[in-house]
Design a protein around this ligand. Structure first.
Ligand code: SF4
Length: 353
């Protein structure tokens, strides 16, 4: 029972999602206990190392240059700023630092070299380091791996069918190709999605099909609740109901038993009781810090207090996978190829939101 399956269908997943809640919770918690310590949560800190001015049109994002939001374009963070923030995160109990840059795709050059140096620096602090930098070639993935990157985040966001309603500047296939490039290295894959963007239950199920049929399944699966941002096309959408979040997490846990399921954006609108139910349903990671890239997030002290009240411990770095070795820039065996990959630009017309 509960072997890892890579052939889930949308119908099966919908049936799981719609089970009576107590049955769903019971099964998810049982699977969770089989593969994970149910009293351990990983705390990760998200740092926006390059904020705003993004050329993409992701409807949920405050950093797209196409929308009038309150986010200001900021220059890239310096290495010393990143190191100081990572040390602060470590001292607060975070085991992972996730660095995000508002880029369509990674371009070889000084900025990417700086990110590689940030990866080396954080790995040498004995913290797991993750990046989310947009689309990535195989050569760039190998260079990140050589620098000591532990994980790469590249969300599928939603189903392939609904994706074109949310993003028109790149295709689902590009997302999968980047994940494939990461899989050619020892970097672990972090990929999940967002609920509450106006999608149907079928889209949520199809996204879980796309993730769970990857072989291997992503080591980490963030489940985000949309945080509607003023100025974006999704600004008017209502908040996600906690029961939908609990059901989504429980379903993800059942179909991807080994993955670390991340209770990600949207926690500001959740009570501690709601979050505790998400942990019971199989979530075993949260993002800490007062901001998730640019959206508000609970204070880490409050999170630590919540975990203490629940009798949960924080996961130490490298409990799930070994620490990568860092190769210094001067010793690198993988030169930048300066490629100019042709990632797609579907520019399909969006239907009315
Ligand atoms: S989600 Fe990422 S790629 Fe999309 S607009 Fe925001 S920063 Fe750009």
């Amino acid at each position: 029972m509960n072997e890892i399956r890579h052939n889930w269908t949308a119908e099966e997943i919908i049936a799981i999602y719609n089970r009576p809640l107590m049955d769903l919770l019971y099964e998810a918690a049982t699977v969770h206990r089989k593969y994970h310590d149910p009293n351990t949560v990983q705390v990760s800190t998200l740092l926006s190392v390059k904020t705003g001015g993004c050329s993409e049109d992701c409807c949920y994002c405050s950093q797209s240059a196409r929308y009038h939001t309150e986010v200001e374009i900021e220059p890239m963070m310096s290495l010393s700023q990143v190191k100081a923030q990572a040390l602060r995160a470590k001292a607060s109990g975070s085991s992972r630092v996730c660095m995000g840059a508002a880029w369509r795709n990674v371009k070889d050059g000084p900025e990417f070299e700086q990110v590689l140096e940030m990866v080396r620096t954080i790995n040498k602090l004995d913290m797991e380091v993750c990046c989310t930098l947009g689309m990535l070639t195989e050569n760039q993935a190998k260079r990140l791996s050589e620098a000591g990157l532990y994980a790469y985040n590249h969300n599928l966001d939603t189903s392939e069918d609904y994706y074109q309603e949310i993003v028109t500047t790149r295709s689902y296939e590009d997302r999968l190709k980047t994940i494939e490039n990461i899989r050619k290295t020892s970097i672990t894959v972090c990929s999940g999605g967002i609920i509450g963007m106006g999608e149907a239950l079928e889209d949520r199920a199809k996204m879980l099909v796309a993730l769970s049929t990857l072989d291997p399944q992503p080591e980490s699966v963030p489940i985000n609740a949309l945080v509607p941002i003023e100025g974006t096309p999704l600004e008017e959408l209502p908040p996600v109901d906690i029961w939908e979040m609990v059901r989504m997490i429980a379903t993800a846990r059942i179909v991807m038993p080994q993955s670390q399921v991340r209770l990600s954006a949207g926690r500001m609108n959740m009570s501690r009781e709601g979050q505790a139910l998400c942990f019971f349903a199989g979530a075993n990671s949260i993002f800490a810090g007062d901001k998730l890239l640019t959206t508000p997030n609970p204070d880490i002290k409050e999170d630590m207090h919540m975990l203490e009240v629940l009798g949960m411990r924080t996961q130490k770095p490298f409990e799930k996978h070994p620490q990568p070795t860092t190769v210094e820039a001067a010793d690198s065996k993988i030169p930048a190829l300066g490629e100019k990959p042709k990632w797609s630009r579907p520019q399909k017309v969006k239907s009315e939101q």
